[in-house]
Design a protein around this ligand. Structure first.
Ligand code: BDR
Ligand code: CA
Length: 296
């Protein structure tokens, strides 16, 4: 069983909730805790509690993390707000949780848990990297013990990926730590678009978590009656279960923070590799596994 801490911006795009559900239902992952990040991190932590309650796992602790970015330079606030899905709250809060987020800070939880482990804990960030960067800045020895398997970045397009873009300085800090990083970026996640039948299969199971996932997928699809979600964040979790889902290549990744339109770009450069970049994915096998997990 892989031990992980899931660091999430649950509450915006719905694939974070799918990733959390998938991690628990797989039975292949020991989820030591959930930390939340970006903007209203406290509210996000409540949403994570709702999902865990629905899954019958109120024992997994949830910690609210940092809402501001390192330089407090969140780009384009209007667009961030427009990307919000306020009804996600209604869907997730159908299951009022008996648990509450822990009073401790997410960054302290991350540092204490990893430093107390044997080097066998992986951080799985599926949102902007603010918490993770602050943890590495606060505890310089963290890089000797931690591993990262992140959803974020891209090497095959110019436009920076959303998580990297939301806190470019944090992204740069993390790639500069020397910690082993598996980067599950848009190069592979955009190939993981569910079929309509797969969505229906998930919704056909009469169980609260399936109804929640089905409703969230439809929320993400907007007016489209047959939405086909892209499984960005669940693929990062899947890599913790079976790393053969993706083909990887060792690269040196540097993060652009200065050029206005490229802030957050994860650029492959010459030099000693610092990242194992996922360059291709067996999308069909991964998505079948995902659906099987959510329906069995
Ligand atoms: C990433 O952006 C987020 O909105 C998704 O949840 C995913 O983590 C994809 O670029
Ligand atoms: Ca996310």
């Amino acid at each position: 069983m892989q031990k992980i801490i899931l660091d999430t911006d649950i509450g915006d795009d719905i694939d974070d909730a799918l990733a959390l559900t998938f991690a628990i239902m797989s039975g292949e992952i020991e989820l030591l805790g959930v930390t939340t990040v970006f903007k209203n991190a406290a509210q996000r932590a409540e949403l994570a509690c709702c999902v865990l309650e629905t899954l019958g796992r109120p024992d997994i602790p949830v910690y609210a993390g940092i809402g501001k970015t390192l330089l407090q330079s969140i780009p384009d606030w209007e667009r961030v707000a427009a990307n919000h899905h306020p009804r996600q709250m209604d869907i997730l809060k159908k299951q009022q949780p008996s648990i509450k987020p822990q009073p401790e800070r997410a960054v302290d939880f991350i540092i204490e848990t990893i430093m107390a482990g044997d080097g066998d804990i992986t951080l799985v960030p599926i949102g902007p990297l603010t918490n993770i960067a602050v943890a590495f800045i606060t505890e310089p020895h963290l890089a000797e013990k931690a591993k990262i398997c992140m959803m974020g970045g891209t090497t095959d397009r110019v436009q920076p990926e959303w998580n990297a873009l939301c806190d470019p300085e944090a992204t740069r800090v993390v790639f500069g730590t020397g910690v082993p990083i598996t980067m599950v970026g848009l190069d592979v996640t955009t190939k993981c678009v569910m079929t309509c039948d797969q969505v229906k299969t998930i919704g056909a199971v009469n169980r609260p978590i399936n109804q929640i996932c089905f409703d969230l997928i439809h929320l993400w699809g907007g007016d489209n009656p047959e939405p086909r979600p892209t499984l960005h964040d669940p693929l990062a979790v899947a890599m913790m279960i079976d790393s053969t889902f993706c083909q990887q290549r060792e690269m040196r990744i540097e993060v652009e923070t200065r050029a206005d339109h490229l802030r957050g770009a994860t650029v492959p450069v010459r030099g000693e590799p610092n990242t194992s970049v996922c360059v291709d994915v067996d999308a069909e096998r991964f998505m079948s596994y995902f659906v099987k997990t959510l329906t069995s």
